[in-house]
Design a protein around this ligand. Sequence first.
Ligand code: HEC
Ligand code: HEC
Ligand code: HEC
Length: 179
Amino acid sequence: MKRAIAVLIIVGWVLSVFAAEPRYIGAAKCAKMCHKGEKKGSQYEIWRKSKHAGAFTTLGTDSSKAVAKTVNVTGDPQKAPECLRCHVTAFGVKKELIDSTCTYSDGVGCEACHGPGSEYRKLNVMKKHDMAVSAGLWEQKEAVCTRCHNKESPTYKPFDYSEAVKKDAHPVPAKTANK
Ligand code: HEC
Ligand code: HEC
Ligand code: HEC
Protein backbone atom coordinates (compact mmCIF):
# COMPACT_ATOMS: atom_id res chain seq x y z
CA MET A 1 0.00 0.00 0.00
CA LYS A 2 2.75 2.41 0.98
CA ARG A 3 4.51 1.57 -2.24
CA ALA A 4 1.39 2.23 -4.27
CA ILE A 5 1.10 5.65 -2.65
CA ALA A 6 4.75 6.40 -3.32
CA VAL A 7 4.29 5.43 -6.96
CA LEU A 8 1.22 7.66 -7.21
CA ILE A 9 3.11 10.58 -5.73
CA ILE A 10 5.96 10.13 -8.18
CA VAL A 11 3.59 9.78 -11.14
CA GLY A 12 1.74 12.91 -9.98
CA TRP A 13 4.98 14.83 -9.71
CA VAL A 14 6.13 13.78 -13.16
CA LEU A 15 2.76 14.74 -14.66
CA SER A 16 2.77 18.11 -12.92
CA VAL A 17 6.20 18.87 -14.34
CA PHE A 18 5.05 18.06 -17.86
CA ALA A 19 1.72 19.81 -17.47
CA ALA A 20 3.24 23.13 -16.34
CA GLU A 21 1.46 25.68 -18.50
CA PRO A 22 4.03 27.70 -20.42
CA ARG A 23 4.28 31.39 -19.52
CA TYR A 24 5.45 34.37 -21.55
CA ILE A 25 8.86 35.50 -20.28
CA GLY A 26 9.76 38.42 -22.57
CA ALA A 27 12.41 38.99 -25.24
CA ALA A 28 15.14 40.11 -22.84
CA LYS A 29 15.20 36.67 -21.27
CA CYS A 30 15.44 34.93 -24.65
CA ALA A 31 18.41 37.20 -25.39
CA LYS A 32 20.08 36.70 -22.06
CA MET A 33 19.85 32.96 -22.27
CA CYS A 34 21.00 32.18 -25.78
CA HIS A 35 19.84 34.39 -28.61
CA LYS A 36 22.26 37.28 -28.69
CA GLY A 37 25.61 37.84 -30.38
CA GLU A 38 26.92 36.98 -33.81
CA LYS A 39 27.90 33.43 -32.98
CA LYS A 40 24.33 32.59 -32.06
CA GLY A 41 22.86 34.43 -35.04
CA SER A 42 22.05 37.79 -33.38
CA GLN A 43 18.34 37.00 -33.15
CA TYR A 44 17.80 39.63 -30.47
CA GLU A 45 19.70 42.36 -32.29
CA ILE A 46 17.90 41.65 -35.57
CA TRP A 47 14.51 41.69 -33.90
CA ARG A 48 15.32 44.90 -31.95
CA LYS A 49 15.85 46.71 -35.24
CA SER A 50 12.70 45.27 -36.79
CA LYS A 51 9.33 46.96 -36.99
CA HIS A 52 7.91 44.23 -34.76
CA ALA A 53 9.96 45.45 -31.79
CA GLY A 54 8.52 48.94 -32.30
CA ALA A 55 4.92 47.88 -32.80
CA PHE A 56 3.74 49.21 -29.42
CA THR A 57 5.64 52.47 -29.88
CA THR A 58 3.89 52.87 -33.24
CA LEU A 59 0.55 52.97 -31.43
CA GLY A 60 1.70 56.11 -29.64
CA THR A 61 2.22 58.17 -32.77
CA ASP A 62 -0.08 60.80 -34.28
CA SER A 63 -0.51 58.74 -37.43
CA SER A 64 -1.69 55.91 -35.25
CA LYS A 65 -4.35 58.11 -33.74
CA ALA A 66 -5.44 59.01 -37.25
CA VAL A 67 -5.63 55.30 -38.13
CA ALA A 68 -7.67 54.67 -35.00
CA LYS A 69 -10.23 57.27 -36.04
CA THR A 70 -10.81 55.52 -39.36
CA VAL A 71 -12.12 52.50 -37.45
CA ASN A 72 -13.97 54.51 -34.79
CA VAL A 73 -11.54 53.73 -32.01
CA THR A 74 -11.50 56.78 -29.76
CA GLY A 75 -8.94 57.41 -27.04
CA ASP A 76 -5.36 56.25 -26.77
CA PRO A 77 -4.49 53.41 -29.19
CA GLN A 78 -1.80 52.25 -26.71
CA LYS A 79 -4.66 51.42 -24.35
CA ALA A 80 -7.19 50.15 -26.89
CA PRO A 81 -7.72 46.38 -27.03
CA GLU A 82 -8.74 46.81 -30.69
CA CYS A 83 -5.15 47.83 -31.47
CA LEU A 84 -3.13 46.09 -28.77
CA ARG A 85 -4.22 42.64 -29.85
CA CYS A 86 -1.88 42.80 -32.85
CA HIS A 87 0.72 45.29 -31.63
CA VAL A 88 1.97 43.54 -28.46
CA THR A 89 2.91 40.03 -27.32
CA ALA A 90 0.41 37.81 -25.48
CA PHE A 91 -2.55 40.17 -25.59
CA GLY A 92 -5.62 38.52 -24.08
CA VAL A 93 -3.64 35.75 -22.38
CA LYS A 94 -4.46 35.07 -18.69
CA LYS A 95 -2.39 37.28 -16.36
CA GLU A 96 -0.92 34.29 -14.50
CA LEU A 97 0.72 33.17 -17.73
CA ILE A 98 2.53 36.46 -18.37
CA ASP A 99 5.67 37.14 -16.32
CA SER A 100 6.44 40.73 -15.33
CA THR A 101 9.44 40.59 -17.70
CA CYS A 102 7.10 40.38 -20.70
CA THR A 103 5.89 43.92 -21.32
CA TYR A 104 3.91 45.87 -23.94
CA SER A 105 6.99 47.95 -24.70
CA ASP A 106 8.52 44.95 -26.49
CA GLY A 107 5.81 45.15 -29.12
CA VAL A 108 5.59 41.95 -31.16
CA GLY A 109 8.27 39.96 -29.36
CA CYS A 110 9.91 36.59 -29.92
CA GLU A 111 7.09 34.78 -28.18
CA ALA A 112 4.40 36.37 -30.38
CA CYS A 113 5.75 34.09 -33.12
CA HIS A 114 7.52 31.31 -31.22
CA GLY A 115 5.06 30.79 -28.37
CA PRO A 116 5.44 31.23 -24.60
CA GLY A 117 8.99 30.27 -23.60
CA SER A 118 9.08 29.42 -19.91
CA GLU A 119 9.16 25.66 -20.51
CA TYR A 120 10.98 25.21 -23.82
CA ARG A 121 13.74 27.68 -22.93
CA LYS A 122 15.61 25.00 -20.99
CA LEU A 123 18.62 23.96 -23.02
CA ASN A 124 17.96 20.22 -22.91
CA VAL A 125 14.39 20.85 -24.13
CA MET A 126 15.31 23.43 -26.76
CA LYS A 127 17.85 21.09 -28.31
CA LYS A 128 15.19 18.54 -29.19
CA HIS A 129 12.63 20.06 -31.51
CA ASP A 130 9.81 17.64 -30.65
CA MET A 131 10.33 18.11 -26.96
CA ALA A 132 10.39 21.89 -27.39
CA VAL A 133 7.13 21.76 -29.33
CA SER A 134 5.46 19.76 -26.54
CA ALA A 135 6.76 22.38 -24.11
CA GLY A 136 5.07 25.23 -25.97
CA LEU A 137 7.27 26.13 -28.96
CA TRP A 138 5.11 26.89 -32.00
CA GLU A 139 5.93 25.38 -35.37
CA GLN A 140 6.56 28.20 -37.85
CA LYS A 141 3.90 28.41 -40.50
CA GLU A 142 1.91 31.07 -42.27
CA ALA A 143 -0.95 30.96 -39.74
CA VAL A 144 1.37 32.29 -37.03
CA CYS A 145 1.70 35.49 -39.04
CA THR A 146 -1.79 35.81 -40.48
CA ARG A 147 -3.21 35.95 -36.97
CA CYS A 148 -2.13 39.61 -37.26
CA HIS A 149 -1.38 40.08 -40.96
CA ASN A 150 -4.97 39.99 -42.10
CA LYS A 151 -7.75 42.29 -43.24
CA GLU A 152 -8.73 43.16 -39.69
CA SER A 153 -5.64 45.37 -39.64
CA PRO A 154 -6.85 48.91 -40.41
CA THR A 155 -3.71 49.46 -42.50
CA TYR A 156 -3.73 46.01 -44.11
CA LYS A 157 -1.14 45.38 -46.80
CA PRO A 158 -1.32 42.14 -48.83
CA PHE A 159 0.84 39.59 -47.07
CA ASP A 160 3.12 37.19 -48.95
CA TYR A 161 4.46 34.69 -46.43
CA SER A 162 7.48 33.44 -48.37
CA GLU A 163 8.61 37.01 -49.05
CA ALA A 164 7.76 38.33 -45.59
CA VAL A 165 9.80 35.73 -43.70
CA LYS A 166 12.93 36.80 -45.56
CA LYS A 167 12.74 40.23 -43.99
CA ASP A 168 14.40 40.20 -40.56
CA ALA A 169 15.35 36.50 -40.98
CA HIS A 170 17.42 35.35 -38.00
CA PRO A 171 18.62 31.76 -38.50
CA VAL A 172 21.11 30.01 -36.27
CA PRO A 173 24.40 30.00 -38.22
CA ALA A 174 25.01 26.46 -39.50
CA LYS A 175 28.47 26.11 -38.04
CA THR A 176 27.55 27.04 -34.50
CA ALA A 177 24.11 25.42 -34.39
CA ASN A 178 23.62 23.17 -31.36
CA LYS A 179 26.88 24.15 -29.74
C1 HEC B 1 1.13 39.66 -32.87
C2 HEC B 1 0.93 40.18 -34.23
C3 HEC B 1 1.93 39.87 -35.29
C4 HEC B 1 2.43 38.64 -35.66
C5 HEC B 1 2.17 37.29 -35.01
C6 HEC B 1 3.29 38.87 -36.80
N1 HEC B 1 3.33 40.20 -37.12
FE1 HEC B 1 4.43 41.07 -38.59
N2 HEC B 1 3.79 42.92 -37.98
C7 HEC B 1 2.87 43.14 -36.97
C8 HEC B 1 2.71 44.58 -36.79
C9 HEC B 1 1.81 45.24 -35.78
C10 HEC B 1 3.56 45.19 -37.74
C11 HEC B 1 3.74 46.70 -37.94
C12 HEC B 1 4.63 47.24 -36.86
C13 HEC B 1 4.90 48.70 -37.00
O1 HEC B 1 5.03 49.22 -38.12
O2 HEC B 1 5.02 49.34 -35.94
C14 HEC B 1 4.21 44.11 -38.48
C15 HEC B 1 5.12 44.31 -39.52
C16 HEC B 1 5.68 43.30 -40.28
C17 HEC B 1 6.52 43.49 -41.44
C18 HEC B 1 6.88 44.82 -42.04
C19 HEC B 1 8.28 45.17 -41.75
C20 HEC B 1 8.78 46.34 -42.54
O3 HEC B 1 9.96 46.61 -42.36
O4 HEC B 1 8.03 46.96 -43.30
C21 HEC B 1 6.87 42.25 -41.91
C22 HEC B 1 7.75 41.92 -43.10
C23 HEC B 1 6.24 41.27 -41.03
N3 HEC B 1 5.52 41.96 -40.07
C24 HEC B 1 6.35 39.92 -41.18
C25 HEC B 1 5.80 38.97 -40.31
C26 HEC B 1 5.98 37.54 -40.44
C27 HEC B 1 6.75 36.85 -41.54
C28 HEC B 1 5.31 36.97 -39.41
C29 HEC B 1 5.20 35.51 -39.05
C30 HEC B 1 6.43 34.75 -39.04
C31 HEC B 1 4.71 38.04 -38.63
N4 HEC B 1 5.03 39.24 -39.23
C32 HEC B 1 3.96 37.87 -37.48
C33 HEC B 1 2.22 42.20 -36.22
C34 HEC B 1 2.49 40.84 -36.23
C1 HEC C 1 -5.47 42.28 -36.99
C2 HEC C 1 -4.25 42.85 -36.45
C3 HEC C 1 -4.13 44.33 -36.28
C4 HEC C 1 -4.98 45.18 -35.60
C5 HEC C 1 -6.29 44.82 -34.93
C6 HEC C 1 -4.37 46.47 -35.64
N1 HEC C 1 -3.19 46.43 -36.33
FE1 HEC C 1 -1.99 48.02 -36.79
N2 HEC C 1 -0.82 46.81 -37.93
C7 HEC C 1 -0.99 45.45 -38.09
C8 HEC C 1 -0.06 44.96 -39.08
C9 HEC C 1 0.09 43.52 -39.50
C10 HEC C 1 0.66 46.07 -39.54
C11 HEC C 1 1.71 46.07 -40.65
C12 HEC C 1 1.14 46.57 -41.96
C13 HEC C 1 -0.21 46.05 -42.29
O1 HEC C 1 -0.36 44.95 -42.82
O2 HEC C 1 -1.19 46.75 -41.94
C14 HEC C 1 0.16 47.22 -38.79
C15 HEC C 1 0.63 48.52 -38.96
C16 HEC C 1 0.14 49.62 -38.28
C17 HEC C 1 0.65 50.97 -38.43
C18 HEC C 1 1.80 51.39 -39.32
C19 HEC C 1 1.21 51.65 -40.68
C20 HEC C 1 2.20 51.79 -41.77
O3 HEC C 1 1.74 52.06 -42.89
O4 HEC C 1 3.41 51.59 -41.55
C21 HEC C 1 -0.12 51.77 -37.62
C22 HEC C 1 0.01 53.28 -37.45
C23 HEC C 1 -1.10 50.92 -36.98
N3 HEC C 1 -0.90 49.62 -37.40
C24 HEC C 1 -2.06 51.37 -36.09
C25 HEC C 1 -3.08 50.57 -35.58
C26 HEC C 1 -4.15 51.09 -34.74
C27 HEC C 1 -4.30 52.52 -34.30
C28 HEC C 1 -4.96 50.03 -34.46
C29 HEC C 1 -6.21 50.03 -33.65
C30 HEC C 1 -7.27 50.91 -34.12
C31 HEC C 1 -4.38 48.86 -35.12
N4 HEC C 1 -3.25 49.24 -35.77
C32 HEC C 1 -4.94 47.60 -35.07
C33 HEC C 1 -1.91 44.66 -37.44
C34 HEC C 1 -3.00 45.14 -36.73
C1 HEC D 1 7.55 37.90 -36.59
C2 HEC D 1 7.74 36.58 -36.04
C3 HEC D 1 9.02 36.28 -35.32
C4 HEC D 1 9.59 37.00 -34.30
C5 HEC D 1 9.10 38.28 -33.66
C6 HEC D 1 10.78 36.27 -33.92
N1 HEC D 1 10.91 35.15 -34.70
FE1 HEC D 1 12.38 33.77 -34.57
N2 HEC D 1 11.74 32.89 -36.30
C7 HEC D 1 10.59 33.24 -36.95
C8 HEC D 1 10.52 32.46 -38.19
C9 HEC D 1 9.42 32.52 -39.22
C10 HEC D 1 11.69 31.64 -38.22
C11 HEC D 1 12.11 30.65 -39.30
C12 HEC D 1 11.64 29.31 -38.89
C13 HEC D 1 11.93 28.25 -39.90
O1 HEC D 1 12.63 28.52 -40.87
O2 HEC D 1 11.46 27.15 -39.63
C14 HEC D 1 12.43 31.94 -37.01
C15 HEC D 1 13.62 31.34 -36.64
C16 HEC D 1 14.23 31.50 -35.41
C17 HEC D 1 15.38 30.77 -34.95
C18 HEC D 1 16.17 29.78 -35.79
C19 HEC D 1 15.72 28.40 -35.66
C20 HEC D 1 16.65 27.53 -36.49
O3 HEC D 1 16.51 26.34 -36.33
O4 HEC D 1 17.48 28.04 -37.24
C21 HEC D 1 15.67 31.19 -33.68
C22 HEC D 1 16.77 30.69 -32.78
C23 HEC D 1 14.71 32.23 -33.36
N3 HEC D 1 13.84 32.38 -34.43
C24 HEC D 1 14.68 32.94 -32.18
C25 HEC D 1 14.00 34.15 -32.02
C26 HEC D 1 14.22 35.09 -30.94
C27 HEC D 1 15.18 34.87 -29.78
C28 HEC D 1 13.40 36.15 -31.16
C29 HEC D 1 13.30 37.43 -30.38
C30 HEC D 1 14.50 38.13 -30.05
C31 HEC D 1 12.64 35.85 -32.38
N4 HEC D 1 13.04 34.64 -32.87
C32 HEC D 1 11.65 36.67 -32.92
C33 HEC D 1 9.65 34.16 -36.55
C34 HEC D 1 9.86 35.12 -35.58
